[in-house]
Design a binder for this molecule. Structure first.
Ligand SMILES: [Zn+2]
Length: 199
């Protein structure tokens, strides 16, 4: 079941110029590294991209995230990022601005940021090998819960409170095949937390 790439939330997008290059330089460098590793990419058979990265903007609830349908691009730049200004997880609503719309998994990122202000970056990748290796060994969300839903947000809260998700910063998305999410104090830490599980 590949349900990636289909925007399930209501997206209120305001088209705006690209963010300054320096605002996304570090985020983008790590994103391109994940793309090189095949952890962010594109399913040609489904015609959809997968994987996305974000960083929190200052001490706010806003974050900068890779844009929807950018997974086929090997080397992205500031033109491929959106700023999510506000999210309403219960109402499935995302407000964003930028040259592209936010990733279809922006609500997943918002749910992770809502867990703790110390979470500064979120990485979401796809890997069938890593998913099969880590599922039910690492904190795993219910297989009955799809991505980008209020139920998924509650699942992350449950894992954060009941497992070592808060310490390890990695969770497997049981109902989102191949899906893995990590967070960190910066995007480097969030990325390394995923890369260390690659064979
Ligand atoms: Zn995904």
């Amino acid at each position: 079941m590949i349900d990636e790439g289909y925007t399930k939330y209501e997206c209120d997008w305001r088209e705006a110029p690209a963010l300054p290059e320096e605002a996304v330089a570090e985020l983008n460098a790590w994103r391109n590294r994940l793309h090189e590793q095949g952890l962010i990419g594109y399913y040609p058979q489904h015609g959809v991209g997968f994987g996305n990265v974000s960083i929190r903007e200052g001490d706010t609830d806003a974050f900068l995230i890779s844009g929807t349908q950018t997974g086929d691009i090997a080397r992205t730049d500031e033109r491929h990022y959106a700023r999510v200004t506000r999210c309403d997880i219960e109402a499935n609503k995302v407000h964003c601005e930028g040259p592209v719309q936010a990733s279809s998994e922006a609500l997943t990122h918002a749910a992770i940021y809502a867990l703790d202000p110390a979470i500064r970056a979120v990485v979401h990748v796809h890997s069938v090998a890593m998913w099969n290796k880590l599922i039910d060994t690492f904190p795993t969300t219910s297989r009955d819960v799809s991505y980008g839903t209020p139920e998924m947000a509650r699942e992350f809260r449950r894992l954060y409170e009941e497992t070592d998700f808060g310490q390890q910063g990695v969770a497997i998305m049981g109902g989102h095949e191949e899906g893995i999410v990590s967070f960190g104090r910066d995007v480097g830490q969030a990325t390394e937390r995923v890369l260390q599980h690659q064979d």
